[in-house]
Design a protein around this ligand. Structure first.
Ligand SMILES: [Zn+2]
Ligand SMILES: [Zn+2]
Length: 256
């Protein structure tokens, strides 16, 4: 498998960096993990043919992970897409995803292609064309965060993903509550860890098994101004962990 970091930014809009998003692909599939605001432009910036994307996987509905979706679908339609597209989202968010598309005048019967919104459930693996196995794991990023009584609590759901190919197992944290959420992944073997760096205190990472056991840790989802703060925090971390950590630049490519 190959991976392109479409964006590595945080939730904050910045001039020269896009929100965190990944394209995971081989000759058979192109899976886009998260599609925040401006993802269509981010894909063009990376010279990705928008219609080559076969599947989209959504971690949660914050705008930096979700709000690029309607325009991305619209771009596919404008480019006269013919092949099917599958969007995976948590079962509690299927309705909201559909509604977002309707509110943007995107209707199944008007699209040039079949759009399937498929529900996943946590800890239940889904197979993507027998090429990838995805295990969604609930994290605590937005659990109990808003305390809004008028909205059903079931909407406040956020997922991380273990993604397994025939030869490898990787973890995309997407957004976490904080570093304590790393305990949620202990039972999974993870070779590469894609660690969001906005909600993490790097001085506290030493004891976590997932951190210790990963071969490499790729840091993403950080705003440019935070790099210096993270680098300071890394001084308090075990050097053997720091030596396998990498700040990822936008457009960087990886094989795994
Ligand atoms: Zn985010
Ligand atoms: Zn978020």
């Amino acid at each position: 498998m190959k991976l392109i970091f479409i964006g590595t930014g945080s939730g904050k809009v910045e001039v020269d960096i896009f929100h965190a998003s990944y394209l995971i692909y081989n000759s058979e599939i192109k899976l886009l993990l998260d599609c925040g605001d401006s993802v269509s432009r981010a894909l063009l910036n990376n010279k990705i043919n928008i219609n080559s994307i076969t599947h989209i996987l959504i971690s949660h509905n914050h705008p930096d992970h979700f709000m690029g979706l309607p325009n991305l679908i619209n771009q596919m339609h404008l480019l006269n897409r013919k092949k099917d597209l599958t969007i995976f989202t948590h079962v509690n968010l299927v309705e909201a995803t559909r509604y977002l598309l309707y509110m943007n005048y995107i209707f199944d019967e008007k699209l040039s292609f079949n759009l399937n919104v498929v529900a996943f459930e946590h800890e239940t693996s889904l197979s993507i064309q027998d090429v990838l196995k995805v295990i969604p794991v609930r994290n605590n990023h937005i659990r109990n965060k808003y305390n809004v009584k008028s909205v059903n609590e079931s909407y406040f759901v956020s997922s991380s993903f273990i993604i397994q190919s025939k030869t490898n197992s990787v973890l995309f944290t997407s957004d976490l509550m904080d570093e304590r959420d790393l305990n949620l992944f202990e039972k999974y073997e993870v070779k590469y860890l894609f660690l969001e760096s906005t909600h993490i205190d790097f001085t506290k990472l030493n004891g976590y098994r997932t951190i210790q056991d990963a071969d490499k840790i790729f840091l993403t989802h950080y705003e440019k101004d935070k790099i210096k703060i993270i680098q300071k925090q890394l001084k308090k971390l075990n050097p053997s962990i720091v030596s396998k950590m990498f700040f990822i630049r936008q457009s960087e490519m990886l094989k795994f």
